[in-house]
Design a protein around this ligand. Structure first.
Ligand code: CMC
Length: 390
């Protein structure tokens, strides 16, 4: 028998099971959150998402994710006090945001704004759990202020100063829209923020963890997370899903839209998930609120169209485990609440930052740099040819 041939460090020929897109790969232990894709479960620190959506607030949920337990009243008050204390952002961040092209994507602007925040923080490079916990709280607070400032600046308006009398979500809406939100807006947006706060080892969370695992600073990690979330296969799907549904006039057009996408083998935004093969529990909650909010805001047709799209997609793809995900109904809610489409993905970031920083902090004490490998399938023994002989 011929001696085995080695290509790199792999004995050749060899059969390797590749989980494309790291499917099925396990990166670490975590106590922060759990997704059961078969059962359609989402759990933060032991609490199921339906209970949190019904009873908690975004601030309390962020505390839970960061510190591993529900806070006492005093702990929550102190945490909210800290968030409030960090709301105002340096003028340099606002000046930089104003200098960006007006048509720059708000997620690109958000990434830039967070980067400037990092440049302004003299303790950014002190990578300890204690210091990064403080930066984490600062980032949860200031992500909202930066996103809101972007919403204003892109319309040629001045950013709105934070209002200390308002809670985190209400203040975010106030700063973004320039007027005090009503109770319905605050309630529904807070629920949506809770639902988006964490979701296992999704692309943006993993991105943050990979960057931080080199012991880089938390601002760099979160900037990278924003970049990852921006993509249409991830957080960017909420904008796309709504943008594709808006031109549909009625349920008949909704059916045509889905059939056309199926015929052209086009992905339908807001559907499918790497982990969920059952109905995404977040979409369940958001679907219910989509109906309520669109009806109350005089846009019931939007929900009807969305429901029709859902029915058609499930009829075609349900057997393959393709159902609405969190990005499908969120856009209908934000739109009905009067929020501009380009702000949808930044809202996702304003919420998800809690999961990003919680998971980075959890990994830090046991940190080991992430360093997977690729299977090399290129040439091995080529001879270098001088440039004048090629
Ligand atoms: N519409 C039509 N077909 C789909 C869809 C969809 N939305 N999603 C998956 N499929 C099909 C896909 O075409 C493929 O078919 P085939 O095996 O015949 O080639 C099969 O299902 C597996 O799809 P995949 O893209 O390999 O699955 P994945 O696990 O790599 O991707 C996903 C998951 C979420 C990126 C994908 O479902 C997708 O692109 N969905 C649309 C974008 C979207 O809504 N993203 C939001 C995800 S949830 C929240 C978040 O992360 O922001």
């Amino acid at each position: 028998m011929a001696a085995p041939k080695f290509v790199g460090e792999v004995e050749w020929p060899v059969t390797i099971q590749l989980g494309k897109g790291l499917e099925g790969a396990i990166t670490c232990h975590s106590r922060i959150g759990y997704v059961d894709g078969e059962k359609g479960w989402l759990v933060y620190r032991g609490y199921n998402i339906f209970d949190l959506a019904e009873h908690s607030t975004y601030e309390e949920t962020a505390y839970l994710l960061l510190f591993g337990k529900l806070p006492t009243q005093k702990e929550l008050d102190d945490f909210k006090g800290k968030l409030l204390g960090y709301r105002k952002i340096p003028q340099e961040v606002i000046d930089t945001l104003k200098s960006l092209p007006k048509d720059c994507h708000p997620m690109a602007a958000l990434r830039t704004g967070i980067s400037v925040l990092g440049c302004k923080d003299t303790k950014a490079d002190e990578v300890t759990v204690e210091n990064d916990t403080e930066i984490a709280i600062k980032l949860i607070s200031q992500m909202a202020t930066v996103a809101a400032a972007i919403a204003r600046i892109r319309k040629g308006q001045e950013p709105v100063e934070p209002d200390p009398s308002l809670d985190h979500t209400a203040n975010f809406l106030y700063m973004a829209l320039g007027e005090k939100p009503n109770d319905l807006m605050i309630k529904v947006m807070d629920i949506s923020m809770i639902l988006h706060a964490d979701h296992g080892m999704n692309a943006s969370t993993f991105t943050c963890m990979v960057v931080n695992s080199s012991l880089s600073d938390l601002y760099s990690s979160v900037c990278a997370g924003v970049g990852s979330l921006k993509g249409p296969l991830h957080g960017g799907a909420n904008e796309r899903a709504l943008a594709e549904m808006l031109p549909l006039k009625d349920e008949e057009e909704a059916v045509e839209y889905v059939r056309d996408a199926i015929a052209k083998k086009k992905k339908i935004m807001g559907f499918g998930h790497r982990v969920y093969k059952a109905y995404d529990p977040r979409a369940k909650v958001l679907g219910k609120y989509s109906q309520e909010v669109t009806e109350r805001m005089g846009m019931p047709h939007l929900f009807k169209i969305a429901r029709k799209v859902e029915e058609e997609v499930i009829a075609a793809y349900g057997e393959r485990g393709i159902f609405p995900n969190v990005d499908f109904y969120s856009g209908t809610i934000y739109y009905a609440l009067g929020i501009e489409v380009p702000l949808f993905t930044p809202i996702f970031a304003v919420s998800r930052v809690a999961g990003w920083v919680a998971r980075v902090l959890e990994y830090l004490p046991e940190n080991r740099i992430f360093r997977p490998r690729a299977v090399y399938v290129g040439d091995m023994e080529k001879e270098y040819v001088p440039i004048d002989q090629r």
